[in-house]
Design a protein around this ligand. Sequence first.
Ligand code: GUN
Ligand code: FE
Length: 429
Amino acid sequence: MNGFILKGDIIYSKNREELLTFPGSYLVCRDGVSEGVYRELSDMPEDLRSFKLIDLSGRLIIPGMTDLHLHAPQYGFRGLWGDMELLDWLNIHTFPEEARYAELTYAENAYKIFIKDMVITSTTRFCAFSSIHREATELLMDLTEESGLKAYIGKVNMDRNSPDYLCETTDESYEETLRWLSDTEGRHYKNVFPILTPRFIPSCTDELMKKLGELIEERGLPLQSHLSENKSEIDWVKELCPWSGCYGDAYEGFGCFGGHGNRTIMAHCVWSGDEEIGLMKKNGVYIAHSPSSNTNIASGIAPIRKYLEKGLNVGLATDMSGGTTNSIIRIMTDAISVSKLYWRLCDETKKPLTFPEAFYLATLGGGSFFGKVGSLEKGYELDAVVLDDSKLETPMDGRLSLAERLERYCYIAGDSPVEHKFVAGQKLF
Ligand code: GUN
Ligand code: FE
């Protein structure tokens, strides 16, 4: 039996609205899974007390966070090109850069930088698009596996409306997907899993979408894509799939919109109407809320309060590099900020997200896509990060609650490297 105890100031979500806080308490890990948090050593079952104690007194210990949507080959241009809307941004900047990942030496250098930087964030799990290139995708999966982070990673499918230098034939796209899936199986990864990744409806023919839908039915694979991000994109989907009731219904028509126990992530959902919301609810689709990206490329503000009221699955996402930051903590504070603008400018019945709600979305909200992930409660896979707020001096020191210390850290130090990270009980540093 393999275990350890972390001592420190522990915080996790009790539910969507409330935080649980445990000052100077003990978080126990056995075989990668939480055995729960104890306020005193003497409260702990006797067999756990012999585990090695790691004393992190004075540090904040929180669950690892999940980034539900990002584009690894876009990492290199974070912070650039935020002066366009989606379709121009893709054609003018994004597609030429992604095309470079045909070249493995370029991909290796870029993905090493991406992983090195991800390791020191609060993120323990992520869901990523690579590019259409199978070999570079497998390289990204190998590097992620070695890093100890856990991730779903997808080879992107694109067989129409794309420049020649970043476009596959339908057969090629499907065959390369099959080859990638079988290569992935052969590598017996512990930390990374494949996820089908049609870029979005405009980039994929009906025939390819149907084939991917059949793969989901045969193999129960998860899928990630984009939905209702930008108004011109939505109009285009209506032209491409005139039979569909809404963009989500177009995915549904191809068997690519969750349901039947198949897990699906849709990034953005800025402009989803009632029909689309109903379909997402029925099918358990996860919404990857990406406020940094939605602001940078001027897509709009997703009505997250409405989605939460309707009981939809929502997690947070950087959407690098529509989004600029690799920090889900930064995305939490962005999500709160844009929800305030939505409330003030768009709909005063939709009250802003609170800090505990944003924390929930960053941890349990997205983590649940991976199973029992995103909490420190007994029975959850033990993903934890340790934050040092001791250098953020304030005359209020000693008067702040744990929840206030965490909130303050997130706002003023949200993209600082974390001090320690554990993923499923494995200490990365
Ligand atoms: N829709 C299709 N491709 C993309 C992409 O790379 N980024 C974003 N934000 N939206 C997309
Ligand atoms: Fe995206």
